[in-house]
Every structure is written in structure tokens, then in C-alpha cells.
Design a protein around this ligand. Structure first.
Ligand code: PLP
Length: 500
């Protein structure tokens, strides 16, 4: 399987090259030249397989330049029972006769980013070897919370890699901060930056675009790389769990082979829902994709009107991982739906960067409305959904998953479509315990309580165990308690790498 860029169909590179590069030089994203197919009889066979075996079947169709041994090693290192606290890795919970919750948050950081970031480091080091790169990869991450910790857990102690994570001093939650500053591993470095997320991100971007600095690193046998969600190595593993959910439902007799399902995804960067669409391209029987947003509802408007317009206010919500105004992975969908029209896609992206806005063709708009439904839920609706889901089913969703459930209910009301539906659940309720407890018990209940008290309260009310990785935070040593000025970020990297 070869890969081309969404802005240049003439490029043709291997998956190892695509994973190593991350982004194409023309600014486009790497996409597979064609979609391998999974037949219904193969899907039937998945029913008896473990998650790891399903992952191997699917990923081997994309990473064709990896040997079976290489791929198996990556999968075995990533998806272990110890790391995911469950044999199933991505279990499906039946809420009622139509709604099935795909729990993607059993990994070490309690959010769905683990599904991809546990395996990406192994893809990356394997890709480096395969393309005869010597030297160590240095991963730089600016994070507003979830991604930083998931990347740290993924890369820690992976041979041939180092990772440096910067987070804004003033805007991550207490749990998120604790998760990062207690990070262990011989190859990790974490630093707060005095300022907000933009300061941290701009600092990282500056380091990435500094040619002189790149040369200094190269002279010391280091190569910069990023772990962000446009890397093909992060997207491919996400295709697996949609097939896995379908196979689980098949095995449990909840659906018959070939029966179409709906898929609801709480969306930010459009990565997770795009992976579902790719699964459909490969043959997964899907009726509708339901794209759920919070008050940052740029995708709702886009799917309804065909106009993508980022000239709007940014809202901080209780589902912060979806507070995004540029959904980078949408470019891959546009490339596919336009019949690989690189000029059209390049034009849209140019308009987006120059005017903050573009309008797709009537043809693309129609294709999108055939397959996608979109709506959003604001914070009040999200809290209400957490409460009603718990009182009706005794199940507690986190704020992101509640956005998905709320939007699904709107879809149900509007369409009366009772087809079986998979709802992607992207975080553990414990990770957003404050909002979840406000939904269940009101504001007064949480006032003045520390994070660990909140975790215990939520465990008692929900009857769920506190995830081990969060419970352990209480007794962990704080390793990284420095705050750097935004102009000093490069010094932090230099000190860590002992260069400069
Ligand atoms: C990242 C994230 C999302 C959004 O996923 P995308 O792939 O960016 O659309 C949703 N929920 C949680 C908890 C996340 O961490």
C-alpha cells in the first residue's frame, strides 16, 4: 500500500515514510491510495478473534511494508491487559436495545487517545529502522491536557525516543497536571509554561520551524517529530475498534451479519469519526455517521450547509477535548469525497488559511448529507444527559460521551430511525469527575472538595471502580515542578538533551 498527499496525488510513499514524516511537505495529509476491503465472511471470522488479532488483520492491509513480525510486536506492546485494565481493550456496553456504548477509555490515561498513542511510538521506531534512519526521535508536544499525558504514557521508555511535553501553567485541570508532573520514564521531560495554551503551542511551533535548530539537533543525532492526530500512524489504529465493536455485537447475537449500524462520535479534530468512515469504505455496514459537537459547533454548521467558517467565537466548555475550531482531519474526507481532487482540496485549505472560510461544491455537500447527520449539545444539555442516562440506566458517561448521547437523542427524535447504534465513548467519567458530579448531585455537592475526594464520591455513586492510574496519583512523587518562561522553552529541551 502506497500513500499520497491530499494536496498532491503524485506523491507515492510507503507507510513507514508516511508515519515518519507525519505531514506532507506540501502541507497535505497522507492518505492510502486505495481502501482495502474486508468481506462479510472476514467480518464473521473476526467474531472469534481477540482485539489484538483483529488489529493485526486490519492494520496489515494498510502497513504492507511492515513484516508480520514487526506488526505483531507493535500490537503486542501496545494493547496489553495490564495497560488497558480489560481483556477486551475496547469493550462494548449495551445500554438498551438500540444503543451500544463503545468504551475507548480503558487505557492508561483514561481517554480514547490511548487507543492510538499506545501504538504510535512502536510504529514510529519501526518506521525509523525500516527507512534506515539512525539517531533518536525527539517528540515535542504542546498540550491543553489530554494529549500530553497520553503521549507521555505511549513514549515512556520506548527505545530510540525522547519526549518533551509543555503544558500551560494556568489552564489544565488539577488531575491533568498531577498526571503529567508525576510521569515516570527515563526518556521523558515535562515542563509548565507560564502563559496559556497558545503560548505553549507557539513556542513548540517556533522550535519546529527553526532550521538552524534542526541542524544543531541533527549534529547531535536527534530528529524532531510530533505525535499529533494528523499522523497516519494515529489514524490507522482507530479504524480497528469500529470493526471490533461490530464483531462483538455479531458474536453476542445483537446484530446479524451485514446489518447496518449507525455510529455516533463526539468530534473535535474529526480524526475519530474519519476512522469510522474509513472502516465503512473498507466494507463495515454503516447507515449513518452522527457527528456530535459541543457549543463549538463549526462541524454541525458545515455538515448542514457546506460552509466551513471559523470566523466565530471560541467557547470554553465542560467537554474541553472538543473545543476546536479547525478540524484538521476533515481535509482527508474532502479529498475522498471529491474523487481525489487535489486542486479543489488545496483551494479550500488556502481559503481557510486566508479567509478562515470555504464552501464545498454542491456535489460534496450532497454526498456528506447522504452519510452524515450532525448536531450539537451545549453544556446544560450535556449535564442533563449525564443525569438522565444515570437515572434511566445506572450508567455514567463522561462529558464528551454525553455530548454524543444527547445528539443521538436529537437524531432519534428527528428521524425515528431505530437501527442499532454504536456510540463512541471517549473518556472515563472519572477524568472529568467535577462536571459529572455536578450533573449528578449539583454544584453545592462538589464545592470545596479536592480531586481525590471527588474520585471516591463518584465511585460510590456510580458503583464503578476508580481507574488504577488515577487512584495511584495521590501517592506519586512530583518529579517535574518547574515552570519556564515562554521564551525559554528551547533551553528546557537543550538541558534535557544535554546539547546547546
Ligand atoms: C480528542 C478527544 C475527542 C475528539 O476526538 P477527535 O478525533 O479530535 O475528533 C473527543 N473526546 C475526548 C475525550 C478526546 O480526548
Amino acid at each position: 500500500m502506497q500513500y499520497n498527499s491530499t494536496r498532491n496525488s503524485g506523491i507515492s510513499i510507503s507507510s513507514a515514510e508516511a508515519i515518519k514524516k507525519g505531514l506532507s511537505e506540501d502541507g497535505g495529509l497522507f492518505v492510502p491510495k486505495s481502501f482495502p476491503s474486508i468481506s462479510l465472511s472476514e467480518l464473521q471470522k473476526f467474531a472469534d478473534m481477540s482485539y489484538q488479532e483483529r488489529a493485526f488483520e486490519i492494520l496489515s492491509k494498510f502497513l504492507t511494508d511492515f513484516t508480520p513480525e514487526e506488526l505483531k510486536t507493535c500490537i503486542e506492546k501496545a494493547y496489553t491487559k495490564e495497560k488497558f485494565e480489560t481483556e477486551n481493550i475496547a469493550p462494548v456496553y449495551k445500554l438498551n436495545d438500540t444503543e451500544y456504548i463503545l468504551e475507548l477509555w480503558h487505557g492508561p490515561t483514561c481517554a480514547f487517545k490511548d487507543m492510538a498513542l499506545q501504538i504510535l511510538p512502536h510504529f514510529l521506531t519501526t518506521s525509523m529502522k525500516k527507512t534506515k534512519e539512525t539517531g533518536e526521535v525527539v517528540i515535542l508536544v504542546a498540550t491543553s491536557g489530554d494529549t500530553g499525558k497520553a503521549a507521555l504514557e505511549g513514549f515512556k521508555d520506548v527505545e530510540g525516543t525522547r519526549i518533551v511535553v509543555f503544558y500551560p501553567d494556568d489552564s489544565v485541570s488539577e488531575i491533568q497536571k498531577l498526571q503529567m508532573i508525576t510521569q515516570t520514564g527515563d526518556n521523558v521531560c515535562v515542563s509548565a509554561v507560564s502563559g496559556n495554551f497558545d503560548d505553549a503551542q507557539n513556542g513548540v511551533k517556533k522550535i519546529f520551524t527553526d532550521e538552524g535548530y534542526k541542524n544543531l539537533l541533527a549534529g547531535n543525532n536527534f530528529k524532531l517529530s510530533s505525535a499529533n492526530s494528523i499522523n497516519w500512524g494515529r489514524l490507522a489504529p482507530q479504524i480497528v475498534y469500529y470493526f471490533s465493536a461490530y464483531s462483538d455485537m455479531l458474536e453476542a447475537g445483537e446484530i446479524t451479519l451485514g446489518e447496518k449500524i449507525n455510529i455516533v462520535v463526539p468530534t473535535g479534530n474529526f480524526g475519530n469519526i474519519l476512522a469510522a468512515y474509513y472502516a465503512y469504505k473498507m466494507g463495515l455496514p454503516v447507515n449513518k455517521f452522527i457527528c456530535a459537537s459541543n457549543r463549538n459547533n463549526i462541524l454541525t454548521d458545515f455538515i448542514k450547509t457546506g460552509v466551513y467558517d471559523r470566523n466565530r467565537d471560541f467557547h470554553t466548555t465542560i467537554s474541553p477535548s472538543m473545543d476546536i475550531l479547525i478540524s484538521s482531519n476533515l481535509e482527508r474526507l474532502l479529498y475522498d469525497l471529491s474523487g481525489k481532487d487535489e486542486n479543489l482540496v488545496s483551494g479550500f485549505m488556502k481559503e481557510l488559511s486566508e479567509k478562515g472560510k470555504y464552501t464545498v461544491t454542491e456535489d460534496i455537500k450532497n454526498k456528506i448529507s447522504e452519510l452524515f447527520y450532525a448536531d450539537f449539545a451545549d453544556d446544560d444539555e450535556t449535564l442533563e444527559e449525564i443525569g438522565s442516562c444515570f437515572s434511566e440506566y445506572g450508567y455514567v458517561p463522561d462529558t464528551h460521551s454525553a455530548v454524543a448521547l444527547s445528539v443521538y437523542n436529537k437524531y432519534l427524535k428527528e428521524t425515528n430511525d431505530t437501527q442499532k447504534t454504536v456510540i463512541a465513548s471517549t473518556a472515563s467519567p472519572f477524568k472529568f469527575n467535577q462536571s459529572v458530579l455536578i450533573a449528578l448531585k449539583g454544584c453545592a455537592f462538589v464545592a470545596g472538595k479536592d480531586e481525590f475526594t471527588l474520585l471516591s464520591e463518584l465511585s460510590e455513586i456510580s458503583g464503578m471502580d476508580i481507574p488504577k492510574s488515577l487512584a495511584e496519583l495521590k501517592n506519586k512523587t512530583k518529579i517535574f515542578d518547574t515552570v519556564c518562561e515562554k521564551d525559554n522553552m528551547v533551553q528546557v529541551v537543550n538541558d534535557f538533551l544535554q546539547i546547546g
